[in-house]
Design a protein around this ligand. Structure first.
Ligand SMILES: NC(=O)c1ccc[n+]([C@@H]2O[C@H](COP(=O)([O-])OP(=O)(O)OC[C@H]3O[C@@H](n4cnc5c(N)ncnc54)[C@H](OP(=O)(O)O)[C@@H]3O)[C@@H](O)[C@H]2O)c1
Length: 244
């Protein structure tokens, strides 16, 4: 897809990896709908920055906890921007939950935001976008088993499966691909030491940045012959499975 002049909705786009994705797509000439929930002022600041670079940018504040929320987000995005060509399902939650402490509520939170919302948003996007592309954010853990964060890990494995199901369901008009990052940023509130203690072995011995992940999204969007593809952005860590 030629990105210049296209319009994209990035969920959770105000901060961290989502922000880098918004910036990278704006640098390619995309107009950007920045979805946020709590990070409203960060989203407004990012919108100002993107507009100063010559693209259009809008902010939509919405939870994505229910189908109603997802409908409201998608309607606002289409109303503000007029049209959408690309959906990036980036918003997520990450909690440490082992099987022994898991509960229905904890499962509902992780699956609700990390799996149900991307599925529903993809459906709502596909109902209105004539042609386009969806990119889902996964995790290199889809190639491993991580008992420390069971609901998160399962939600991302399911989203990987959905990426391939949706790629077939929405062809030939809409491509559906995914980027699976390794350790990029510590969870909000955790420091660099927490992060380096847990990053594990990275075969390429590289530090993966939010900008690397964003370039993965851009690359997938530019490849017209690709759908149902999962691009690991993890320095090769997924090749080790659980051996990290
Ligand atoms: N960080 C990493 O190292 C890493 C590694 C592997 C995979 N990933 C994946 O890459 C993506 C981005 O990672 P990240 O660490 O930048 O994400 P993050 O900071 O954990 O979350 C991104 C945004 O999701 C939004 N969000 C969460 N719950 C929401 C809800 N109920 N309703 C609406 N929005 C909600 C929040 O927006 P507001 O701030 O506006 O509330 C949040 O800023 C995620 O899909 C993540 O799973 C990240």
């Amino acid at each position: 897809m030629r990105l210049n002049g296209k319009t994209v909705l990035v969920t959770g786009g105000a901060v961290r990896i989502g922000k880098a994705i918004c910036e990278a797509l704006a640098a390619e000439g995309c107009n950007v709908v920045i979805h946020c929930s709590r990070s409203v002022s960060a989203a407004e600041q990012l919108a100002l920055k993107l507009r100063a670079k010559g693209v259009k940018a809008w902010v939509v504040k919405e939870a994505i906890d229910s189908e109603l929320d997802c409908r409201s987000l998608m309607s606002s995005a289409f109303r503000l921007a007029g049209n959408l060509d690309i959906l990036v399902n980036n918003a997520a939650v990450f909690h440490k939950n082992r099987l022994k402490t898991v509960s229905e509520q904890k499962l509902r939170v992780e699956f609700g935001i990390n799996l149900f919302a991307p599925i529903l948003l993809t459906r709502l996007f596909a109902e209105r976008a004539v042609k386009g592309a969806v990119v889902n954010l996964l995790d290199r853990r889809i190639e491993a088993n991580d008992p420390d964060c069971l609901p998160y890990s399962l939600s991302k494995k399911s989203l990987a499966a959905f990426t391939q199901e949706a790629a077939l369901a929405l062809a030939p008009d809409i491509s559906v691909n995914a980027v699976a990052p390794g350790a990029v940023l510590p969870p909000p509130g955790k420091g660099a030491q927490y992060f380096s203690d847990r990053a594990g072995t990275i075969p390429l011995k590289c530090r993966i940045t939010p900008q690397d992940v964003a370039q993965g999204v851009v690359a997938l969007l530019k490849l017209d012959a690709v759908t149902g593809q999962i691009l690991f952005m993890d320095g090769g860590q997924h090749l080790l499975g659980n051996g990290v």
